[in-house]
Design a binder for this molecule. Structure first.
Ligand code: AHR
Length: 321
């Protein structure tokens, strides 16, 4: 008798465990498992984004399988394939570059696992390969940077020599921030981009490339860096060359992480266009909906602003990241 009860209890426990951990539970009202492939840990922005995703998954009761691709597309493709094999309920990822995703996204679609793009876009023509794209309008961010520059130099007729630190080659933010900035400044020939190179969104590369710019390009007026981290690295290079960042060379960056905002408050950066990394809560809401096969908007754009020195001073005490 005792043996029969134990066998029944064990069977019941096993069934509960499978229901709790198994895949496909989201559609039937059980726990959702999300496979998330992160770009890497290249910047302060990325660290804040990872925290936002992990914290929000916890609060939403979503089981998160997280992998860091160390800025390599092949690692992301491997991670996505492994999530397909594990039969997760939903896959979310921030694609390191825009191109080359069709095959793996088709594999996810064939396995009936919905995909959410977060932060960065892919250039796939077939938009049925993913359910939605949550993230910033990077072209608009570039435009905001360009508009500040045009305004800053509105009373000057002299040439304005600009150096540009681009983000990761082939990534959506690098492509779009460049395009948006150029779209605005091209109307006035006095704005000249005299050097433009990738700094891969990292502080170390930003410093290294700015050191090279300072050697090769005399009389730089402006640095446009596609993120705060590269701008902060460049500030070290500028100071190392005996120049004053924010005065001898004006600096525009994108992100508005705490370190960047501090440099703006200190007058070392002149203007920051905000790019919010706090995508986690919206991502979890979208995940719950797509798992239930509910309709979601195909594009969800993050609300963002921009900061000058005074605005940075006011915002800094409450800055979360
Ligand atoms: O995709 C968002 C960009 O990636 C951020 O601007 C940058 O800091 C990050 O590494």
């Amino acid at each position: 008798m005792l043996k029969r009860i134990s066998v029944l209890m064990l069977a019941g426990f096993t069934a509960m465990a499978v229901a709790g951990c198994g895949s496909g539970g989201g559609g039937g009202g059980g726990a959702i498992t999300m496979g998330f492939s992160q770009v890497g840990a290249e910047s302060g922005w990325r660290t804040a984004n990872t925290k936002s995703v992990q914290d929000s998954a916890k609060s939403a009761g979503i089981t998160l399988k997280f992998s860091d691709a160390q800025q390599k597309q092949e690692n992301q493709i491997k991670a996505i394939r492994s999530y397909i094999q594990q039969k997760v309920d939903v896959i979310a990822f921030s694609p390191v570059v825009e191109s080359g995703w069709d095959t793996v996204l088709k594999e996810a679609k064939d396995a009936k696992i919905p995909v959410i793009l977060t932060d960065r876009a892919v250039d796939s023509k077939d938009t049925s390969l993913y359910k939605t794209f949550l993230g910033s309008d990077f072209v608009e961010e570039g435009r905001k940077a360009g508009k500040w520059l045009v305004d800053e130099y509105k009373s000057s007729t002299d040439p304005v020599k600009i150096v540009e630190l681009q983000g990761t080659t082939g990534s959506a933010p690098a492509n779009d921030r460049k395009a948006g900035f150029q779209e605005v400044i091209k109307a006035e020939p006095k704005f000249q981009i005299v050097a433009s190179q990738t700094g891969d969104f990292t502080r170390a590369k930003g410093k290294e490339v700015m050191e090279a710019f300072l050697k090769s390009t005399p009389d730089i007026d402006v640095l446009y860096a596609h993120n705060d981290d590269m701008g902060l690295g460049a500030i070290e290079a500028i100071e190392g060359a005996g120049k004053v960042p924010g005065k001898d060379i004006k600096i525009i960056t994108v992100d508005a992480v705490k370190d960047g905002m501090q440099a703006l408050a200190d007058g070392k950066i002149n203007y920051i266009v905000e790019c919010s990394p706090l995508l986690g809560p919206q991502l979890m809401d979208l995940a719950k909906k797509v798992v239930k096969n509910e309709t979601v908007p195909t594009r969800v754009i993050t609300q963002e602003t921009a900061f000058n020195q005074e605005q940075a001073k006011a915002a800094l005490p409450k800055r979360q990241y």
